[in-house]
Design a protein around this ligand. Structure first.
Ligand code: AP5
Length: 214
């Protein structure tokens, strides 16, 4: 199995690009952020534990993330390839991912990069569908009708962690805890660094040019 990890700071477009690649390549997308938000919405034990950290823009403790993720990854183990958004985010999580894969499996880190100004602009104008989770941007990727999801007619809302102070916290947590994984992946696995500037189609073209899907 090929495990393609969508990696990068908050707002870079991991969810957006992940959804497009999943459709284009017909492979599953596992998003840990979505999984945790679903648990929060359903007020599960995992959700109750995760909510406290997510609201502050901190990483949810590893054991809570593993609990949420383990069955999801297990369900996917017979696929030829999967996309993973938001995991791993620290060395402990990277080691866990390695430990649950088979020796013949390959991990590829798709490292999306852009300036902070672009991330803040993308996050400030992001809206998500309350019902299906589809991602919009009020200027760049707007819905056809104001505040209504194109796919399911759900209401569009701003994420709780898209406030200026929580965005700034999430960015600093990324720099401190997650970004160091780039060196680790560069040495142990395949690392592809892609500019996330421009529209989604430009980014998809850059990703496909790497030959990652061959
Ligand atoms: P998570 O949901 O994963 O958030 P994140 O990593 O901060 O990333 P975002 O979802 O904010 O951004 P994105 O890169 O997906 O961008 P998007 O596609 O939406 O995690 C949330 C929280 O959960 C964490 O803070 C943590 O608490 C917890 N958590 C998650 N994983 C964890 C883990 N492994 N361990 C511990 N805790 C964990 O795009 C952003 C905006 O830009 C949108 O409006 C979009 O429409 C727009 N846009 C995207 N691409 C483009 C483009 N090319 N051109 C124009 N606009 C674009």
């Amino acid at each position: 199995m090929k495990v393609i990890v969508l990696f990068g700071p908050p707002g870079i477009g991991k969810g957006t690009i992940g959804a497009l690649l999943s459709k284009r390549w017909n492979i599953p997308l596992v998003s840990i952020g979505d999984l945790l938000r679903e648990n929060v919405k359903n007020n599960t034990e995992i959700g109750k534990k995760a909510d406290f950290y997510m609201k502050k823009g901190e990483l949810v403790p590893d054991e809570v993330v593993f609990e949420a993720l383990s069955c999801k990854l297990d369900e996917q183990k017979n696929n030829k390839a999967i996309l993973v958004d938001g995991f791993p985010r620290n060395l402990n999580q990277a080691n866990l991912l390695e430990s649950i894969l088979k020796p013949e499996d390959r991990i590829i880190l798709l490292n999306l990069v852009a300036d902070d100004d672009l991330l803040i602009e993308r996050l400030s104008l992001r809206r998500i569908c309350k019902k299906c989770g589809a991602i919009y941007h009020l200027k760049n990727i707007p819905p056809k009708r104001d505040n209504i999801c194109d796919y399911c007619n759900g209401e569009l809302i701003q994420r709780d962690d898209d406030t200026p102070d929580v965005i700034s916290r999430r960015l600093s947590v990324f720099r401190r805890e997650t970004q160091p994984l780039i060196d680790y992946f560069g040495e142990k696995h395949r690392l592809l660094t892609i500019s996330a500037e421009g529209g989604p189609e430009d980014i998809l073209a850059r990703i496909e040019q790497t030959g990652i899907w061959e």
